[in-house]
Design a protein around this ligand. Structure first.
Ligand SMILES: Cc1ncc(COP(=O)(O)O)c(C=O)c1O
Ligand SMILES: N[C@@H](CCCC[NH3+])C(=O)O
Length: 408
């Protein structure tokens, strides 16, 4: 996202009206990111399932639902959000290695499109629960293709040693097992190899492995209605050069020529990452012995990606100054040395300045916490120049309203 998308005058106004820290989302950027996927898939039966974990804001889910999106969920909570936001349960796929019995019941009751099953044990549990409910559960197996996604190890999911999916070499056998289970219907195959991928190659390699399985399944008499190729397309945070959506999809479609199945994708970051910024104000400037610190009012609990993955987010002054820049560590008020938002940033700052932490629309608010008893921040969406508060800032009393002290 570049700051010209949301003019400084508007960001200043949002900060004054709703306070900081505050996430701000650009509706037009959300729409155009979704349309890039949808358009590239035109002419194929397809469903773009937004990965809710990237940003579960009701306003964002509702924006995508209106555009016809499906949703990739990983919990009963995410399913409830999709429904609350006006999403269509019949366009929901349910991923995740640890689905509980209650979550399975909830999803069966809503009539989701497909369970992306990640183990043989999960298959048995789902078969049993569907049977108890007198329902047939639509399933695909999430296959782990053992392909290196070439991304941060914490967010790589398609290698043999990862907990996700069933091993490629076990998949045929487990599909055959599924075919014997009376309360399951095999509808697809699923594969997701990791997040923030910046090359097409790992996607293409994974697809080759998936298609080899599709053919083996077909030879074994198991036909599929859809192929779910997961999410994972990266965005530019700094100087990465991920393929444009159209090129990434063209590379997949080239391999899918002659195949009739519906194509599902589960993008998260690519739909929301560059549609959001985190606004924060400089509280103090502090000259240390070795480093200068810009202490801002946002912290690792609001945006944990830098602390967790050493991830880079550009930091831009909303109202740039012309005075000479200083090199700052941009840090928050949390009591951890790992509480930083940016290292060695050249900025010209004064206390009270407003900063925008860029590319914060994905895995920002969704991974925020109340660490240090900090209320989660407000969220604002801008559509056609109008800013709307889509989530109120938490009140401190909210943070302990579920707690009790022991009686004396
Ligand atoms: C199963 C599954 N699908 C989709 C996604 C979305 O990934 P991304 O935000 O990288 O597109 C994830 C997260 O990596 C995931 O685990
Ligand atoms: N939370 C990660 C992405 C994880 C994807 C979840 N499967 C990030 O911020 O980059």
């Amino acid at each position: 996202m570049n700051l010209t998308a949301l003019p400084a005058i508007q960001l200043n106004h949002i900060a004054e009206t709703y306070g900081t820290p505050c996430y701000v989302y650009d509706h037009a950027a959300l729409v155009s990111a979704f349309q890039a996927f949808d358009t590239a898939l035109q002419g194929r039966s397809h469903l773009v399932c937004f990965a809710v974990k990237a940003n579960p804001s009701l306003a964002i889910l509702n924006t995508f639902a209106r555009l016809g999106a499906g949703f990739d969920i990983v919990s009963g909570g995410e399913l409830a959000r999709v429904i609350a936001a006006g999403g269509d349960a019949s366009k929901v796929v349910f991923s995740g290695v640890g689905k509980t019995a209650d979550e399975m019941r909830q999803a069966l009751n809503y009539g989701i499109k497909c369970f992306n099953v990640e183990s043989a044990s999960e298959l048995s549990r789902l078969n049993q629960i569907a049977g108890e409910m007198g329902k047939i559960a639509p399933i695909s197996l999430r296959v782990n293709p053992d392909v290196d996604a070439k991304t941060h190890p914490y967010i790589s999911t398609g290698l043999k040693g990862n907990k996700f999916g069933v091993a490629h070499e076990d998949a045929l056998r487990i599909y055959q097992l599924a075919a014997t289970m009376p309360n399951l219907k095999i509808t697809g195959i699923d594969c997701h190899i990791g997040s923030q991928l910046t090359e097409t190659r790992p996607f293409a390699d994974a697809l080759d492995r998936v298609l080899a399985l599709v053919d083996a399944l077909s030879d074994a008499g198991i036909t599929l209605e859809h192929l779910d190729l997961g999410g994972g397309l990266g965005i530019c945070y700094d100087n990465e050069t991920p393929p444009p959506v159209a090129d990434y999809i063209a590379a997949l479609l080239q391999k899918l020529q002659g195949r009739k199945q519906m194509i599902l994708l589960e993008p998260g970051r690519a739909l929301v990452g560059n549609a959001g910024v985190l606004l924060t104000r400089v509280e103090y400037l502090k000259a240390g012995v070795e480093k200068n610190f810009a202490i801002v009012d946002a912290a690792m609990n609001d945006l944990m990606r830098p602390a967790l993955y050493d991830a880079y987010h550009a930091i831009e002054p909303v109202n740039p100054r012309t005075s000479p820049a200083t090199v700052y560590e941009v840090v928050g008020p949390v009591c951890e040395t790992g509480d930083f938002l940016g290292h060695e940033r050249e900025l010209s700052l004064e206390e009270g300045d407003l900063l925008a932490i860029m590319s914060a629309g994905a895995y920002g608010m969704s991974m925020s916490s109340n660490y240090n008893t900090r209320p989660r921040v407000a969220e604002v969406m801008v559509r056609d120049g109008v800013a709307t508060l889509v989530r109120e800032r938490e009140q401190i009393a909210d943070l302990f309203k579920l707690e009790r002290v022991l009686e004396a």
